[in-house]
Design a protein around this ligand. Structure first.
Ligand code: GRF
Length: 218
């Protein structure tokens, strides 16, 4: 952000239930952050998170990906809608579309995602099953800047969650999701406060913050 008196303008992209979006909206209000969700955009008209956003009085838009012949055409249409809201940051919150390189470059340094694994481990889908299959003893989530490589990019914050004996993908997903809400809201707070810098070495620096990994013992 350049002018710290103006609210940080946030655009949130969802595809489904939107629990991360809800956590972010709640935290902005409860913590009195100088940030505002300008619009919630979904690629699916029936995303449950849209109803929640509307009930909350947030602006919503739908850009249905099925109506576009190519990824490029969809991303162009999405970018046109996003740009109307002049965001400081575009927050992907369960937005289940692979974005083109052109789109990612257009929002370089502004595009943030949450992924339910400790990146760079387990990009892609079914991350909890991937973690169980690999036998890792710790799992978690990552909030990161988006690069053209899927589920990859400079890490802003992570949660560390122990894998318990007897865990299945569902129980593990539930415990990780609870941490997603805490880690994403914390990361958004840092963004809104203008403390997050993407360094030339491709890593993130958050001023005044020594610890960006959060341990959630079971
Ligand atoms: C979360 O686990 C997020 O990390 C992943 O998709 C899920 C979305 O959940 N990308 P919600 O829509 O925020 O509830």
């Amino acid at each position: 952000m350049t002018d710290s008196t103006l609210p940080c303008r946030l655009v949130v992209l969802i595809s489904g239930r939107g629990s991360n979006m809800q956590a972010i909206a709640g935290h902005i209000e409860q913590a009195g952050l100088n940030g505002r969700i300008q619009v919630v955009i979904s690629n699916k008209a029936d995303a449950p998170g849209l109803d929640w956003a509307q009930r909350r009085g947030l602006a919503t838009e739908v850009v249905p990906h099925r109506e576009f012949a190519t990824r490029e055409a969809f991303d162009d249409a999405l970018a046109r809608v996003i740009d109307r809201y002049q965001p400081d940051y575009v927050l992907l919150a369960g937005f289940m579309r692979i974005l083109t390189t052109g789109f990612v470059q257009r929002y370089a340094g502004k595009l943030v995602n949450i992924h339910p694994s400790l990146l760079p481990s387990f990009p892609g889908l079914n991350t909890h099953q991937q973690a169980l299959d690999a036998g890792v003893q710790f799992h978690g989530c990552s909030v990161h800047f988006v690069t053209p490589v899927l589920d990859h990019g400079p890490i802003i914050a992570q949660s560390l969650v122990p894998v318990l004996q007897g865990d299945d993908a569902q129980t593990l997903a539930g415990r990780v999701l609870a941490t997603e809400h805490q880690v994403y809201t914390q990361a958004v707070q840092w963004l809104v406060e203008g403390r997050v810098a993407l360094q030339p070495d491709g890593r993130v620096h958050v001023s005044g913050v020594a610890q960006r990994g959060f341990y959630f013992p079971a």
